[in-house]
Structures are given as C-alpha cells and as structure tokens.
Design a protein around this ligand. Structure first.
Ligand code: ADP
Length: 484
C-alpha cells in the first residue's frame, strides 16, 4: 500500500507528547511489512533537517501563500522512510510549536499544503492517515474540494483521535480562511457551540475513525468522556475502531539506551540500581536504596496531578523519594515547586522537556505514576514496563487496557491500579506498591521481569492499522461507485 501519515509532531524532529512517539514509530513497522509509507509534518523553527524539494502556491483566503516542501527521512532497518516537512516562515518559524492565536490559519495552511504537494511529488497515496485536529481538515478538503479531480478522488482517509480533549475550536470567521461557505456552519457540519470545530471535520469526513485503545473508543462515546462529541461518535460507531499504540523497542531498550547511567536487561536486573543512584546524585537527592517514585508528564488537568499533590506527603512518609519531570500549566508547576521547597533532599521537580532525563527517570525509578483522569492510550506506562519500573495507574482508557492490578491478579498483574478518582484510592494503590517493594523483594523482582518481558511493540497494532487502511480504501471505492 501507499500510505501518507500526516501529523503535527514526530520523533526525532519535534515532540511535545505521545503523538510524536507514535508518528515516529508506526511508519517503521509499516515499512518493515513492505509498504510504501511516508510522513508529513510542519517544519518548525527548531527542526534543522530538511533539504529543499520544491515550493508551491497554496490558496488562503483570497491570496496565495507559499509552501516550501523539504525532505528528510528516518530509517527502518535498511529502508529509508521519506519525511516531508512543510515550511512557511510566517506560520512555522516561531519559538514554540503550538499555542498561537492564529493556530486555525497555521493548520489550515498545513492541511492545504499536504494535499497540494502530492501531485508535485508524484505520490498518490491509497490512504492518508490523519492524526488529531491539526490534520482533520484533510478529509474534509478531499471530499468537498477535490472529489472531482481524478488524482485525488480515490484517496481514502483514516482519522485517529489521540486526544479528544484538544479539538481545534475557532471563531466563525475562520470559515473564510478555510474557503468554506456559511452552509458549513451548522451543528450537522463544523459548528460546535458557536465556534468552528476542526476535529469535527475529521470525525465527519474521514472514511474511518479510530482511537488509540479499545477502552477509550468506548469511553468517548459516553457523555462523561465524549467532550461534547459523543453524539457524533455514537452516530459513527460502526466506523470507529480502537487500536492500542505500540512503542519502539529500538528506542526504549534499557540494554542499549545510551542515555542511562548503566545498561541492564531482565537477566542483569541488579544493575538497574546504579541508575537509581546516578539519578539521585544528579538530582541532589539522598543516595540510597529507598523506593523512588517517578512521574513524567505534560502538566495538565488530564494527568491527575491534583491527586498526586494531595498524597505526596504520605508517599514521603513511607520513606520514598519523588522525582517529577514535566512542563505545562503554571498552576501545577508552582504547586510542585512548593513541595520541593519543603522536602529538598527527597523531592526533585524538573520543569522542562528533556528526553535524556526522561530515560534516566524511567530507568532510575522503582515506581511510575500515571493517575490520569482519562488516558487515550498512554505511553509512559509502557516505557516504564520496558525499564522494569512498576506502573501505578488509574484504570482508565489505555492504562486500563495495558496494566493489570497485581493485588487482584498476582499471577498476571504487571502494576497497581485504582479506579475511583480520589486521593484515597491513589494512595491505596501506591501503598500496596511500596509495601511489596519493602516486604517482598523476590516478588518485586519477578514483577519487574514480567513487565520487561511483555511485548507492546507495533507488531500487532501495525497489522491492525493495515486492515483499517484497507477497509477505508474499500469504503472509498464503494462511495465512488455509488456516485457514478
Ligand atoms: P501524552 O501524549 O498525553 O503527553 P503519553 O503518555 O502518551 O502522554 O506520552 C508522553 C510521552 O512524552 C512519553 O514518551 C513521555 O516520556 C514524554 N514526555 C512527557 N513529558 C516529558 C518531558 N517533560 N520531558 C521529556 N519527555 C516527556
């Protein structure tokens, strides 16, 4: 198959969260299965790679903007996967990747550029795999603008929801920028509580939709986690799938990861402790064999940080240390900075984005916390399993699909889970973990080994994506036949 994956971020070029990991690793698995897969993302200022390929005019609200298409690649074994980078100095030559007032214009431009570049590249994909709201206009433009053009007609689309909370909502005036008439501003189309909702375009116009775990696929059809779009998702329930994300074990392997203080694997587990000592030393914590609780996350409401703040004193009373790495809302940054002031020798708060420190924490911690309010898939728990670090998670979305509670199911548990979104429930799960760590080192080591031998690679999920792409292509063919 010829597959184009469009997204707003991708490892190793630009990353703020799990989406970048997925877009950096899924194509490798697809290429290894023998498919022609290519990726397109914006060329942000921070990206230094990218050889000039061509530039082309993109119509924007009555005038033309120039899309500069650059070319880079990533390796999948011996193969090279082309990565196209859409550049425009006005829209993407900025200090940050997101959160600008003209976000709607920026990603409208990106979506239009993606479609415009294909004939220039001579690349006619069978399917365009769009990810989150930044790319959600692509299925819409394909259907309402390009349906009659032979080059584009047969291109199917799959839209993946990585996080339903971020929808790309803008003032009605953005319609003109998109080149759409007022008839698209109705509740059946893009209107959403008085605004234009980009994600809706993906949900309405993509041939098939999926999200990143089976559980989240169910949850988003409920009022509680549907973010106001549950009605629309229920309407498309037959076209909505759940495919769990994988991780790239070439990148996340404690035996070879160069960012660690000391490499180790299942058979040399005793060496993992040097990562704890190294981490404690680097972060100015007391060095020693106490349980270290790690947390690496965007600091936003979704991640259950308010619960962590409520139980942190209890965690420390149990003799544990707490290491946080994250960036996000000022509120949480300040909250945790205050905890540090109170316990300088046992708490380390690292505010920023640092992939090297992240790996040192995955390896150096004993317990990894993810008490999310909701979690579409979650990668942190999968990475921590690979590093023999035991996840303590709230049983929601992908966390629920990947982590089994050890207390309830000792024969197959791989972490500790809790259900109620309360500090008491979280504390109960952490306490069970810390007790096992202290009281039964043999059982703890067995739990670590079990996590490290689990396979959350892309092998299975990439095949599921291929099936989904094929279904989308069939669906598109049927629609064209019906239209003839
Ligand atoms: P989300 O996509 O909601 O941010 P995930 O758990 O799916 O959450 O993925 C988060 C990814 O981003 C993981 O690879 C995690 O290690 C990484 N990450 C999050 N915050 C940071 C940070 N401050 N520094 C380095 N890596 C981070």
């Amino acid at each position: 198959m010829k597959i184009l994956i469009a997204a707003s971020e991708m490892v190793p070029f630009a990353k703020t969260g799990g989406l970048a990991d997925v877009v950096g690793s899924l194509p490798k698995a697809l290429a290894k299965l023998g498919h022609d897969v290519r990726v397109v993302i914006p060329h942000y200022k921070q990206i230094t790679e990218g050889r000039y390929l061509t530039d082309l005019p993109v119509p924007m609200d009555g005038h033309l903007e120039t899309a500069i298409i650059r070319n880079a690649s990533i390796k999948a074994g011996e193969q090279e996967i082309p990565v196209y980078l859409v550049d425009n100095y006005k829209f993407f030559y900025r200090d940050h990747m997101y959160c600008y007032v003209d976000e709607g214009e920026r990603f409208n431009f990106f979506c239009k550029s993606v479609l415009a570049m294909l004939p220039y590249l001579g690349f006619q994909p069978d399917v365009i795999h769009c990810n989150d709201w930044h790319t959600a206009l692509i299925p819409l433009f394909l259907k309402v603008r390009f349906m009659d053009e032979p080059f584009y007609r047969g291109i199917a689309t799959v839209f993946t929801i990585h996080n339903l909370q971020y929808q790309g909502r803008f003032n009605k005036s953005i319609l003109k920028n998109l080149g759409l008439e007022d008839k698209y501003f109705t509740p059946e189309e893009l209107e959403f509580y008085g605004e234009v909702n980009f994600m809706k375009a993906g949900l309405l116009y993509a041939d098939l939709i999926n999200t990143v775990s089976a559980k989240y696929a169910m949850e988003i059809q409920t009022r509680e986690l549907g973010e106001g779009l549950d009605g629309l998702l229920r309407k498309r329930a037959l076209d909505l799938y759940g495919i769990i994300n994988g991780i790239d074990y070439d990148e996340y392997n404690p035996a070879t990861d160069r960012r660690l203080y000391e490499n180790y694997d299942r058979n040399t587990l005793e060496r993992k402790r040097y990562n704890k000592y190294g981490l404690q030393k680097e972060l100015n914590l007391v060095v020693g064999d106490v349980p270290v609780v790690g947390l690496i996350s965007r600091l936003v409401g979704q991640k259950g940080l308010d619960l962590v703040a409520e139980v942190i004193e209890h965690i420390l009373q149990m003799g544990a240390q707490f290491v946080l790495l994250g960036t996000g809302d000022d509120y949480f940054e300040k909250l945790f900075a205050d905890v540090k002031v109170k316990h300088p020798a046992r708490v380390s708060i690292n505010l920023g984005f640092d992939s090297t420190l992240a790996q040192k924490i995955y390896a150096g911690a004993d317990i990894f916390l993810m008490p999310s309010r909701f979690e579409p898939c979650g990668l942190g728990q999968l990475i921590s399993l690979a590093y023999g670090t035991i996840p303590v998670v709230r049983a929601t979305g992908g966390l629920s699909d990947t982590i089994t509670d050890f207390t309830a199911e000792p024969a197959r548990g791989n972490g500790f889970t809790f259900t109620d979104y309360t500090p008491e429930a979280l504390l109960d799960a952490i306490t069970r973990a810390i007790r096992l760590y202290y009281d039964d080192p043999a059982a703890w080591a067995q739990l670590m080994r079990r996590g490290m031998s689990m396979d959350f690679s892309w092998n299975t999920s990439a095949v599921k994506y291929l099936n989904l792409y094929e279904k989308a292509v069939q669906k598109r063919k049927q629609r064209i036949n019906r239209a003839v």
